[in-house]
Design a protein around this ligand. Structure first.
Ligand code: DAH
Length: 380
């Protein structure tokens, strides 16, 4: 030990610092133990070290050391008593603690998308209606210009009930509806033009589960009827819808198609987001086979070969979004509308299909497996 007098002074300073730094009762007890423990405590260490001081100094130093010890004891006792006084009574709640965050769920991505679609059409002035999932042959097929034996019935594999049941609509249902198009008939039977509606809901088909099929899925049907409703209206509404949902950057086209309940019929395609409508993915830098880095592919339109072709749109540059067309006069006749006076257009889309396209999900089954790691990625 260099200078016992010096050691005394610096121990006092060190103690004062630590005492000031002690915030809690257990901090204080820690300080107490470090300084006052009989064995290994800093104060008893100091007392012991006095043995090496010159004999004539010892009484004075011993006195100083004992005074320091008494001061330390007194200061600690005072602080510990004050801390015990400030201790909250048992069982009290510290209202200043931050609250617990409850785990809050949110709607399923398919519900979010359905609400989004409903929101867009509601702003366009459409009514939203719902109808029965148990349906009869007349509304699902016959009134939609698909009489018995009509080959178009094979377009959808129907799930039939083993015996008819009374549906919510009060009729004898024999099948699970294969599409929401029957809602066109159900609404027009009971209401006169003008009509402007969408009808979302579940539909059922005899499909196996795979990447793009489930035996139950969701559709949104649309119907507009009035005097002078034209193909231009169809194109305008559906283009506006597609741009709202997928973004302004997408190109939109109508491609001729066939449905028994519309004439003419068309499918609405949007340009593929994965390849930007080029049909092939942009070559990685330095891997351009022509060696002309940065130049567009020689045939930017189509590449159905598969090699380098965009997997999202299979090289066509376009993605099919929905079916549509001008309402067939036979449908108007079935519901008692005058086909000479009224015209209209209809459309139908699959919500799951749109979800796959919009979010780049590769397997439709993910939407039905209730795995939170998947579902939590889709916030409202
Ligand atoms: N019902 C069709 C389907 O399930 C979709 C559809 C196509 C609905 C054309 C329509 C339409 O209203 O006009 O695939």
């Amino acid at each position: 030990m260099a200078d016992p007098g010096q050691a005394l002074t610096s121990l006092r300073q060190q103690f004062e610092q630590e005492l000031t730094g002690a915030r809690t009762e257990s901090d204080l007890r820690g300080v107490r133990d470090r300084y006052l423990a009989r064995k290994g405590g800093l104060v008893s260490g100091l007392l012991k070290s006095l043995g090496s001081a010159p004999i004539e100094e010892r009484p004075r130093l011993g006195q100083l050391a004992n005074t320091l010890k008494a001061e330390i004891e007194a200061a600690l006792t005072a602080r510990l008593e004050a801390a015990a006084q400030a201790r909250p009574p048992k069982g009290t709640v510290d209202v200043t603690l931050p609250g617990r965050q409850p785990v809050i769920g949110h709607r399923h991505p398919l519900s979010l998308l359905r609400e989004r679609i409903e929101g867009i059409f509601t702003r366009f002035g459409f009514l939203v209606i719902e109808g029965p999932e148990l349906e009869d042959d007349y509304h699902n097929f016959e009134a939609l210009n698909m009489p018995p034996e009509h080959p178009a019935r094979d377009m959808q594999d129907t799930l039939y009930l083993s015996s008819p049941v009374r549906s919510l609509a009060g009729t004898a249902a024999t099948l699970l509806r294969t599409h929401t198009s029957g809602m066109q008939i159900r609404y027009m039977e009971r209401n006169s033009p003008p009509v402007r509606l969408i009808a979302p809901g579940r539909v059922y088909r005899r499909d196996q589960f795979d990447l793009t099929h489930t035996p139950m899925f969701t559709q949104v049907e649309g119907l507009v009827v009035g005097e002078g409703v034209s193909l231009a209206d169809l194109k305008g509404i559906l283009t506006a819808f597609a741009r709202e949902l997928f973004g302004d950057a997408r190109q939109v086209r109508l491609r001729p198609s066939f449905f028994p309940y519309t004439e003419p019929s068309a499918e609405l395609d949007i340009s593929c987001a994965a390849c930007g409508g080029r049909g092939r993915l942009a070559p990685k830098p330095g891997m351009n086979p022509s060696g002309a880095a940065g130049l567009a592919a020689p045939n930017p339109g189509m590449d159905p070969s598969g090699a380098g072709g965009c997997p999202m749109c299979k090289g066509t540059g376009w993605i099919e979004v929905l079916g549509s067309g001008m309402v067939h006069p036979a449908v108007f006749e079935a519901v008692g509308y005058d086909p000479e006076r009224f015209t209209g257009f209809a459309f139908g889309m699959g919500i799951e299909r749109i979800a796959l396209l919009k979010w780049g999900v590769e397997d439709i089954r993910l939407f039905y497996e209730n795995d939170l790691r998947f579902l939590e990625q889709f916030r409202p």
